[in-house]
Design a protein around this ligand. Structure first.
Ligand code: UD1
Ligand code: UDP
Length: 356
């Protein structure tokens, strides 16, 4: 039986891995390695519980640190696991330091690497994720692309072998969990919110959080929007706010800062929001899947098809552009499928099994 060793470590990877793991375990042996990059209950364990992800076979407990220290410690620890388990293949997701460490540890031991969410590019080399993706794609021999655009971008870098257009596993997760979210989540009641009467925001990119003046401006801008803003706060952002003793200057108590929420609560918050403001990659896509307009607090995005479809707009961290978008941005009636049919995981597993 084929043994696939999956490496995850950060919040979005638990969500992406869930549908693939479910499909994979029907036909192969999967070993799950959690690097420990994310470790708070609300950033990690809650997703294993809600998504019924199996307990990791290894939790490396690496935790936070500078890029070099974090990635280096992961590399050492993953190598040890690979040497003792000798899997047929390593499977990595997305673009975090856990992704790169997993890919690098594997190729150095001549273990083939499959990359889910291959071919994404922001063309902004100041983003740590951009290096992680480029290097991982060039290390992988199986590249699972969510979109045709991603396939084309790989071809521009000379990568054409082992490239498969599968659709996006985040759509699989979104569709699978939407009904559960509708049944189980009580987040709107808990926050005293009515559907369509609030905006949902997330904020965690270093470009937005690591400059205190920029973070302060963003908090002030969010706090003064016409409707309440729910902001489930990423720990990186919380840490920055505490470090610099930041708080929205506005007297208008419109900003509801809450701890990070689980996936089911997040899906419900997304689906009921009037509009979403975010610098997250995954949340931009989910806004589209939920049919909610998205205002992206960045200057560029990897998820360009949401822009082309007219459902997402880039505003950077500029208060005037944010306010104007919240006031005026209106997506078209058309909402074509951009991320496949919700069966990306099955396609990925089929290819993994055929490839061996
Ligand atoms: C990481 C990924 C990013 C991804 C994001 C998803 C990299 C380089 N970045 O960014 O691509 O979009 O995850 O959420 O891999 N912290 C906690 N508790 C936790 C986790 C983190 O308090 O459970 C705090 C620590 O202070 C840590 C900081 O958050 O230093 C940043 O965590 P880290 O994993 O380094 O990067 P993210 O910003 O989460
Ligand atoms: N998410 C969540 N709770 C939160 C914020 C985000 O469950 O409080 C989910 C979100 O629905 C999406 C994923 O986490 O599926 C996105 O992860 P994140 O924004 O941390 O990272 P990115 O996608 O930018 O890499």
């Amino acid at each position: 039986m084929l043994t696939i060793l999956t490496i995850v470590g950060a919040r979005p990877q638990f969500i992406k891995a869930a549908p693939v793991s479910r499909a994979l375990r029907r036909t192969a042996r999967e070993l799950l390695v959690h690097t420990g990059q994310h470790y708070d209950y609300g950033m990690s364990a809650v997703f294993f519980e809600e998504l019924a992800l199996p307990e990791p076979d290894y939790n490396l407990g690496i935790g936070s640190g500078s890029h070099g220290k974090q990635t280096g410690e992961m590399l050492i620890a993953i190598e040890e696991v690979l040497l003792s388990e000798r899997p047929d293949r390593v499977l990595v997701y997305g673009d975090t330091n856990s992704t790169l460490a997993g890919a690098l540890a594997a190729v150095k031991l001549h273990i083939p690497v499959a990359h889910v969410e291959a071919g994404l590019r922001s063309f902004n080399r100041a983003m740590p994720e951009e290096h992680n993706r480029v290097l991982t794609d060039h290390a992988a021999d199986l590249l699972f692309c969510p979109t045709r655009h991603a396939v084309d971008l790989l071809a521009r870098e000379g990568i054409t072998r082992g490239v498969h257009l599968t659709g996006d596993v985040m759509l699989d997760a979104f569709l699978y969990n939407t009904a559960l979210a509708e049944q189980r989540s009580t987040i709107l009641d808990a926050l005293g919110l009515q559907p369509q009467t609030y905006y949902l925001a997330t904020l965690h990119r270093p470009a937005n959080t690591d400059d205190p003046a920029q973070l302060q401006t963003l908090l002030d801008t969010l706090a003064e929007l016409p409707l309440p803003v729910v902001l489930p706060l990423h720990p990186r952002t919380r840490q920055r706010i505490e470090l610099h003793a930041l708080a929205p200057k506005s007297k208008i108590q419109n900003l509801k800062i809450i701890p990070p929420v689980g996936y089911l609560d997040m899906l419900l918050l997304e689906r009921r929001a009037r509009l979403i403001l975010t610098d997250s990659g995954g949340v931009q896509k989910e806004a589209y899947m939920a049919g909610v307009p998205c205002v992206t607090l960045r200057d560029e995005t990897e998820w360009v098809e949401t822009l082309d479809a007219g459902w997402n707009i880039l505003v950077g961290a500029d208060p005037d552009r944010i306010r104007a978008a919240v006031r005026d941005f209106t997506p078209p009636a058309e909402h074509p499928p951009l991320y496949g049919d919700g069966h990306a995981a099955d396609r990925i597993v089929e290819i993994l099994m055929a490839r061996g």
